[in-house]
Ligand binder design. Structure first.
Ligand SMILES: Cc1ncc(COP(=O)(O)O)c(C=O)c1O
Length: 376
């Protein structure tokens, strides 16, 4: 069925919706990425153009074993969230940024770029149709997963001639099972995430597959996540497997209670092209100065981290991303060193940034940046 508000989509909803009590049981304890809402949007790309899409019941896809993305990895994805505010209204957080990054990831993998209007149309149709799947408890949301992959059934390393966009959603709670508890990071010297001129700035499936061995090693070292270094010198901090990295510095020699204006948030700059340009990272860089913090985007070496930890100027560090929001870092360890940050507890700066970001996302604080995208 076509509807005037969706010029490029046919709407074919499920014949019978899940019983409200059954859905509520899921929404009461959604976990992360464990349950899916009832619909998905699919948009095929064939004969050189994006075709009409459809919103259909969520369900399995039928694929040939020769599907080229299964072999050669042409697969990119995104992650964004929709929130239910206390007054019942629904908003997505900066979806235009995800639409642009989705297109640039596709470009890097020689895949077709979905125009932002089609991305947003699909996202709005999905969220509206599955609005009952947006949980309302604190820190819960509807995680939206757009995925684009090559569907052509053919062997041979070359860009495919057919692709499919699939967008589906999952009601979610905290990403880390321990919630906002500080995470311990393993600084990896044996594995790199991304090399210059590679695919580090693209959100492509292969980057995540390549991170899993390092992640498993980190676990054996008692750490939850890996902090990756630059591929060439293994000297500069880049990011985590799925989050960007920030440290908070106070002037050397200042006491534990340095005034806000003297605190600086530092995050690695994006000039190497090896980091994913996080939407959360960008948001923190914009809102931190309004909370009174200075911000810097520049290289951070492991030596600097270690020295700053020793002389007391490194007061806090945190990781950020859509899934984990802002997560404090309790310690940093490598084969050569270990530093505990802020006594292994969540610091005041990390907490204030998180409160501000979450406050905007859940409509409890004003949004002077125009980040919240209403879905009527
Ligand atoms: C490698 C990587 N870095 C950083 C991020 C954080 O990006 P965002 O804030 O847009 O979720 C993600 C998550 O998308 C990621 O996968």
């Amino acid at each position: 069925m076509s509807r005037p508000e969706y010029p490029n989509l046919d709407i074919v909803p499920v014949a019978q919706r899940i019983a409200p009590e059954q859905r509520q049981r899921i929404l009461d304890n959604p976990q992360f990425g464990a349950f899916f809402s009832e619909h998905m949007v699919t948009i095929p790309w064939r004969q050189g153009v994006w075709q009409r899409g459809s919103l259909v019941p969520f369900g399995p896809l039928t694929l040939s074993p020769a599907t080229s993305s299964l072999h050669y990895g042409q697969a990119v994805f995104e992650g964004l969230k929709a929130y239910r505010h206390a007054d019942g209204r629904i908003f997505a957080f900066r979806p235009g940024m995800n639409a642009k990054r989705f297109a640039s990831s596709a470009r890097r993998l020689a895949m077709p770029e979905l125009p932002s209007e089609r991305f947003l149309e699909a996202m709005e149709a999905l969220v509206r149709e599955d609005r009952d799947w947006i949980p309302s408890a604190p820190e819960t949301s509807l995680y939206i997963r757009p995925l684009l992959f090559a569907t052509e059934a053919a062997l041979g390393v070359r860009p495919a001639n057919e692709y499919l966009l699939v967008m589906f959603s999952s009601p979610v709670g905290a990403y880390f099972p321990r919630g906002m508890a500080p995470v311990n990071l393993w600084i990896s010297t044996e594995h790199v995430r991304a090399a210059p001129f590679g695919t580090g700035a693209a959100k492509c499936a292969g980057n995540y597959a390549a991170s899993l061995e390092a992640q498993a090693l980190a676990k054996t070292m008692g750490c939850e996540q890996v902090l990756y270094l630059d591929a060439i010198q293994r000297k500069f901090v880049e990011e985590l497997g799925g989050m960007n990295f920030f440290m908070v510095l106070r002037p050397k020699g200042s006491s534990g209670s340095a005034p806000l204006q003297e605190l600086t948030l530092v995050t690695p700059d994006l000039s190497s092209g090896t980091l994913l340009a996080g939407v959360t990272r960008d948001s923190i860089l914009r809102l931190a100065p309004d909370l009174g913090y200075r911000v810097e985007e520049r290289p951070i070496s492991v030596d600097e981290l270690q020295e700053a930890a020793q002389d007391g100027s490194l007061c806090e560090a945190f990781a950020c991303g859509t899934a984990a929001v802002i997560t404090p870092i309790g310690s940093l360890a490598s084969a050569k060193m270990k530093v505990v940050l802020n006594g292994g507890k969540t610091g005041a700066v990390t907490q204030s940034l998180r409160d501000q970001l979450i406050g905007i996302q859940y409509g409890q604080r004003p949004d002077p940046y125009g980040w919240m995208y209403p879905i009527q």
